[in-house]
Design a protein around this ligand. Sequence first.
Ligand code: GLU
Length: 292
Amino acid sequence: MSGNYVGRFAPSPSGPLHAGSMVAALASYLDARAHHGRWLIRIEDVDEDRAVPGAAQGMLALLEALGMHADGEVVWQSRRTHLYAAACAQLAEAAYPCGCNRREIADSRLGLAPDGSAIYPGTCRNGLAAGREGRSLRVRVPDGPAGTMTFVDRFAGTQTQHLDTESGDFVLKRADGFYAYQLAVVVDDGAQGVTDVVRGADLIDSTARQIYLQRLLGLPEPRYLHVPVVRNADGEKLSKQTGALAIDPAQPLAVLMDAANFLGLGLSPLPSVSQFWPAATAAWAQRFCGMQ
Ligand code: GLU
Protein backbone atom coordinates (compact mmCIF):
# COMPACT_ATOMS: atom_id res chain seq x y z
CA MET A 1 0.00 0.00 0.00
CA SER A 2 1.17 3.52 0.71
CA GLY A 3 4.94 3.85 1.14
CA ASN A 4 4.26 7.28 2.63
CA TYR A 5 2.44 5.91 5.64
CA VAL A 6 3.79 7.11 9.00
CA GLY A 7 2.19 5.84 12.19
CA ARG A 8 3.16 6.15 15.82
CA PHE A 9 2.71 4.86 19.34
CA ALA A 10 2.73 7.73 21.82
CA PRO A 11 2.61 6.44 25.41
CA SER A 12 2.63 8.67 28.47
CA PRO A 13 5.25 7.24 30.84
CA SER A 14 3.05 7.44 33.93
CA GLY A 15 3.59 3.73 34.67
CA PRO A 16 4.58 0.49 32.97
CA LEU A 17 2.84 -0.86 29.87
CA HIS A 18 -0.32 -2.76 30.79
CA ALA A 19 -2.87 -4.74 28.78
CA GLY A 20 -4.63 -1.52 27.68
CA SER A 21 -1.60 0.36 26.41
CA MET A 22 -0.39 -2.88 24.80
CA VAL A 23 -3.53 -2.94 22.65
CA ALA A 24 -2.86 0.61 21.43
CA ALA A 25 0.80 -0.25 20.77
CA LEU A 26 -0.09 -3.40 18.84
CA ALA A 27 -2.86 -1.75 16.80
CA SER A 28 -0.63 1.14 15.72
CA TYR A 29 2.23 -1.24 14.93
CA LEU A 30 0.13 -3.67 12.87
CA ASP A 31 -1.51 -0.84 10.93
CA ALA A 32 1.92 0.53 9.99
CA ARG A 33 3.18 -2.92 8.99
CA ALA A 34 0.02 -3.72 7.02
CA HIS A 35 0.57 -0.49 5.05
CA HIS A 36 4.31 -1.14 4.60
CA GLY A 37 4.78 2.14 6.39
CA ARG A 38 6.97 3.50 9.17
CA TRP A 39 6.15 3.17 12.85
CA LEU A 40 7.51 5.70 15.32
CA ILE A 41 7.57 5.83 19.11
CA ARG A 42 7.07 9.11 20.93
CA ILE A 43 7.33 9.34 24.71
CA GLU A 44 4.64 11.79 25.80
CA ASP A 45 6.30 13.14 28.93
CA VAL A 46 5.18 16.71 28.32
CA ASP A 47 3.63 16.64 31.80
CA GLU A 48 6.95 16.06 33.52
CA ASP A 49 5.32 15.84 36.95
CA ARG A 50 3.39 12.73 35.93
CA ALA A 51 6.31 10.95 34.29
CA VAL A 52 7.47 8.07 36.50
CA PRO A 53 11.26 7.72 36.47
CA GLY A 54 12.29 4.66 34.48
CA ALA A 55 8.80 3.97 33.09
CA ALA A 56 9.66 5.09 29.56
CA GLN A 57 12.86 3.03 29.49
CA GLY A 58 10.88 0.01 30.70
CA MET A 59 8.30 0.46 27.93
CA LEU A 60 10.97 0.81 25.27
CA ALA A 61 12.79 -2.31 26.47
CA LEU A 62 9.55 -4.29 26.49
CA LEU A 63 8.55 -3.21 22.98
CA GLU A 64 12.01 -4.22 21.73
CA ALA A 65 11.72 -7.59 23.46
CA LEU A 66 8.37 -8.18 21.74
CA GLY A 67 9.95 -7.47 18.35
CA MET A 68 8.33 -4.04 17.92
CA HIS A 69 11.19 -1.94 16.59
CA ALA A 70 10.67 1.75 15.81
CA ASP A 71 11.62 3.01 12.36
CA GLY A 72 13.43 6.06 13.63
CA GLU A 73 14.76 7.65 16.74
CA VAL A 74 12.48 7.73 19.78
CA VAL A 75 11.21 11.26 20.42
CA TRP A 76 10.70 12.70 23.93
CA GLN A 77 8.22 15.53 24.36
CA SER A 78 10.11 16.95 27.36
CA ARG A 79 12.95 17.78 24.94
CA ARG A 80 10.71 19.55 22.45
CA THR A 81 9.23 22.44 24.41
CA HIS A 82 10.80 24.93 21.97
CA LEU A 83 8.50 23.54 19.27
CA TYR A 84 5.43 23.99 21.45
CA ALA A 85 6.49 27.54 22.31
CA ALA A 86 6.87 28.30 18.60
CA ALA A 87 3.39 26.89 17.90
CA CYS A 88 1.89 29.07 20.66
CA ALA A 89 3.57 32.09 19.05
CA GLN A 90 2.06 31.07 15.71
CA LEU A 91 -1.35 30.81 17.38
CA ALA A 92 -1.03 34.22 19.07
CA GLU A 93 -4.02 35.75 17.28
CA ALA A 94 -6.34 32.95 18.29
CA ALA A 95 -4.99 32.57 21.83
CA TYR A 96 -5.45 34.55 25.03
CA PRO A 97 -4.31 34.43 28.65
CA CYS A 98 -6.85 33.04 31.08
CA GLY A 99 -6.91 33.86 34.79
CA CYS A 100 -9.51 31.29 35.87
CA ASN A 101 -8.72 28.39 38.15
CA ARG A 102 -10.30 24.94 37.97
CA ARG A 103 -12.85 25.72 40.68
CA GLU A 104 -14.12 28.88 38.96
CA ILE A 105 -14.62 27.00 35.71
CA ALA A 106 -16.43 24.14 37.46
CA ASP A 107 -18.62 26.68 39.30
CA SER A 108 -19.84 28.07 35.99
CA ARG A 109 -21.72 24.76 35.56
CA LEU A 110 -21.64 24.63 31.80
CA GLY A 111 -21.14 20.93 32.18
CA LEU A 112 -18.42 18.54 31.21
CA ALA A 113 -16.78 17.94 27.88
CA PRO A 114 -16.94 14.27 26.77
CA ASP A 115 -13.46 13.72 28.18
CA GLY A 116 -14.59 14.86 31.63
CA SER A 117 -12.99 18.32 31.64
CA ALA A 118 -15.26 21.24 32.57
CA ILE A 119 -16.44 23.32 29.61
CA TYR A 120 -14.87 26.75 29.71
CA PRO A 121 -17.45 29.58 29.82
CA GLY A 122 -15.27 32.14 28.02
CA THR A 123 -14.72 34.37 31.06
CA CYS A 124 -11.35 35.77 29.91
CA ARG A 125 -12.08 35.67 26.19
CA ASN A 126 -12.29 39.42 25.83
CA GLY A 127 -9.47 40.26 28.21
CA LEU A 128 -8.57 39.65 31.84
CA ALA A 129 -10.72 41.43 34.41
CA ALA A 130 -8.93 44.18 36.32
CA GLY A 131 -6.57 42.80 38.94
CA ARG A 132 -6.45 39.29 37.44
CA GLU A 133 -3.33 37.65 36.12
CA GLY A 134 -3.05 35.19 33.26
CA ARG A 135 -2.49 31.64 34.54
CA SER A 136 -2.91 29.57 31.41
CA LEU A 137 -3.08 30.17 27.66
CA ARG A 138 -6.28 29.22 25.87
CA VAL A 139 -7.25 29.06 22.22
CA ARG A 140 -10.55 30.55 21.11
CA VAL A 141 -12.89 28.15 19.30
CA PRO A 142 -15.40 29.48 16.78
CA ASP A 143 -19.04 29.80 17.82
CA GLY A 144 -21.71 27.93 15.91
CA PRO A 145 -21.25 25.95 12.70
CA ALA A 146 -17.70 27.22 12.06
CA GLY A 147 -16.68 25.27 15.16
CA THR A 148 -18.26 22.01 14.03
CA MET A 149 -15.54 19.43 13.37
CA THR A 150 -16.31 16.25 11.46
CA PHE A 151 -13.96 13.39 10.66
CA VAL A 152 -14.33 9.80 9.56
CA ASP A 153 -12.83 7.37 12.02
CA ARG A 154 -11.70 4.13 10.38
CA PHE A 155 -13.24 2.10 13.21
CA ALA A 156 -16.08 4.19 14.63
CA GLY A 157 -17.26 5.93 11.42
CA THR A 158 -18.25 9.58 11.07
CA GLN A 159 -17.75 11.66 14.21
CA THR A 160 -18.96 15.20 14.78
CA GLN A 161 -18.19 17.56 17.63
CA HIS A 162 -19.36 21.13 18.19
CA LEU A 163 -16.35 22.77 19.76
CA ASP A 164 -18.26 25.69 21.26
CA THR A 165 -20.73 23.58 23.26
CA GLU A 166 -18.72 20.38 23.71
CA SER A 167 -15.29 21.77 24.52
CA GLY A 168 -15.17 25.54 24.78
CA ASP A 169 -11.92 27.47 24.47
CA PHE A 170 -9.23 25.00 25.53
CA VAL A 171 -5.81 25.18 27.12
CA LEU A 172 -2.57 25.31 25.11
CA LYS A 173 -0.28 26.02 28.03
CA ARG A 174 -1.25 25.09 31.55
CA ALA A 175 -1.11 27.14 34.72
CA ASP A 176 1.74 24.91 35.97
CA GLY A 177 3.81 25.95 32.95
CA PHE A 178 3.59 22.67 31.00
CA TYR A 179 2.26 22.68 27.47
CA ALA A 180 -1.05 20.88 27.06
CA TYR A 181 -1.37 17.40 25.55
CA GLN A 182 -3.67 18.72 22.77
CA LEU A 183 -1.04 21.15 21.54
CA ALA A 184 1.98 18.88 21.91
CA VAL A 185 0.35 15.96 20.11
CA VAL A 186 -0.63 18.13 17.13
CA VAL A 187 2.77 19.79 16.87
CA ASP A 188 4.58 16.44 17.08
CA ASP A 189 2.32 14.54 14.69
CA GLY A 190 2.85 17.39 12.23
CA ALA A 191 6.62 17.58 12.73
CA GLN A 192 7.01 13.81 12.44
CA GLY A 193 4.88 13.62 9.28
CA VAL A 194 2.36 11.25 10.89
CA THR A 195 -0.27 10.23 8.34
CA ASP A 196 -2.22 7.80 10.52
CA VAL A 197 -3.13 8.04 14.17
CA VAL A 198 -4.14 4.69 15.66
CA ARG A 199 -4.89 4.86 19.40
CA GLY A 200 -7.45 4.09 22.07
CA ALA A 201 -11.05 5.30 21.86
CA ASP A 202 -10.59 7.23 25.12
CA LEU A 203 -8.97 9.88 22.91
CA ILE A 204 -11.67 10.05 20.25
CA ASP A 205 -13.21 13.10 21.92
CA SER A 206 -9.88 14.94 21.74
CA THR A 207 -9.67 14.52 17.98
CA ALA A 208 -11.93 17.46 17.07
CA ARG A 209 -9.74 19.83 19.11
CA GLN A 210 -6.66 18.39 17.47
CA ILE A 211 -8.08 18.83 13.96
CA TYR A 212 -8.96 22.41 14.84
CA LEU A 213 -5.36 23.09 15.93
CA GLN A 214 -4.01 21.39 12.79
CA ARG A 215 -6.07 23.80 10.72
CA LEU A 216 -4.88 26.85 12.66
CA LEU A 217 -1.27 25.71 12.33
CA GLY A 218 -1.60 24.81 8.65
CA LEU A 219 -0.81 21.13 9.27
CA PRO A 220 -2.26 18.22 7.29
CA GLU A 221 -5.01 16.15 8.91
CA PRO A 222 -4.02 12.53 9.53
CA ARG A 223 -6.42 9.61 9.19
CA TYR A 224 -7.74 8.32 12.51
CA LEU A 225 -8.53 4.88 13.86
CA HIS A 226 -9.61 4.62 17.48
CA VAL A 227 -9.64 1.07 18.83
CA PRO A 228 -11.84 0.06 21.78
CA VAL A 229 -10.28 0.49 25.21
CA VAL A 230 -9.66 -2.37 27.57
CA ARG A 231 -11.74 -2.11 30.74
CA ASN A 232 -11.50 -3.85 34.11
CA ALA A 233 -14.31 -5.76 35.78
CA ASP A 234 -15.77 -2.46 37.09
CA GLY A 235 -15.94 -1.07 33.58
CA GLU A 236 -13.07 1.36 34.16
CA LYS A 237 -10.44 1.96 31.52
CA LEU A 238 -7.27 0.10 32.48
CA SER A 239 -4.67 2.49 33.79
CA LYS A 240 -2.20 2.76 36.57
CA GLN A 241 -4.89 4.58 38.59
CA THR A 242 -7.37 1.71 38.17
CA GLY A 243 -4.77 -0.84 39.24
CA ALA A 244 -3.77 -2.28 35.86
CA LEU A 245 -1.05 -4.89 36.14
CA ALA A 246 2.24 -4.39 34.32
CA ILE A 247 2.80 -6.70 31.39
CA ASP A 248 4.79 -9.84 32.09
CA PRO A 249 7.87 -9.73 29.86
CA ALA A 250 8.46 -13.44 30.46
CA GLN A 251 5.36 -14.33 28.39
CA PRO A 252 5.79 -12.39 25.12
CA LEU A 253 3.60 -14.63 22.97
CA ALA A 254 0.75 -14.65 25.49
CA VAL A 255 0.94 -10.86 25.80
CA LEU A 256 0.70 -10.41 22.03
CA MET A 257 -2.04 -13.02 21.60
CA ASP A 258 -4.17 -11.42 24.33
CA ALA A 259 -3.91 -8.00 22.67
CA ALA A 260 -4.60 -9.47 19.22
CA ASN A 261 -7.65 -11.36 20.52
CA PHE A 262 -8.97 -8.20 22.13
CA LEU A 263 -8.69 -6.51 18.72
CA GLY A 264 -10.76 -9.33 17.23
CA LEU A 265 -8.02 -10.66 14.96
CA GLY A 266 -9.23 -14.25 15.44
CA LEU A 267 -5.78 -15.87 15.38
CA SER A 268 -5.46 -19.59 15.99
CA PRO A 269 -2.85 -20.52 18.60
CA LEU A 270 0.66 -19.93 17.26
CA PRO A 271 3.90 -21.58 18.36
CA SER A 272 6.21 -18.55 18.48
CA VAL A 273 6.51 -14.78 18.45
CA SER A 274 8.21 -14.89 15.06
CA GLN A 275 5.16 -16.64 13.65
CA PHE A 276 2.82 -14.26 15.41
CA TRP A 277 3.92 -11.19 13.44
CA PRO A 278 3.10 -12.25 9.87
CA ALA A 279 -0.15 -13.89 10.97
CA ALA A 280 -1.25 -10.85 12.99
CA THR A 281 -0.29 -8.40 10.25
CA ALA A 282 -2.29 -10.33 7.66
CA ALA A 283 -5.29 -10.59 9.98
CA TRP A 284 -5.12 -6.86 10.74
CA ALA A 285 -4.89 -6.00 7.02
CA GLN A 286 -7.98 -8.05 6.34
CA ARG A 287 -10.00 -6.69 9.25
CA PHE A 288 -9.04 -3.01 9.24
CA CYS A 289 -7.57 -2.19 5.83
CA GLY A 290 -9.92 -4.04 3.50
CA MET A 291 -6.91 -6.04 2.23
CA GLN A 292 -6.98 -9.78 1.61
N1 GLU B 1 -0.04 9.93 25.37
C1 GLU B 1 -1.40 9.52 25.20
C2 GLU B 1 -1.71 8.38 26.13
O1 GLU B 1 -0.82 7.66 26.54
C3 GLU B 1 -1.70 9.06 23.79
C4 GLU B 1 -1.66 10.16 22.83
C5 GLU B 1 -2.08 9.83 21.43
O2 GLU B 1 -1.95 8.68 20.99
O3 GLU B 1 -2.49 10.75 20.75
O4 GLU B 1 -2.87 8.22 26.47
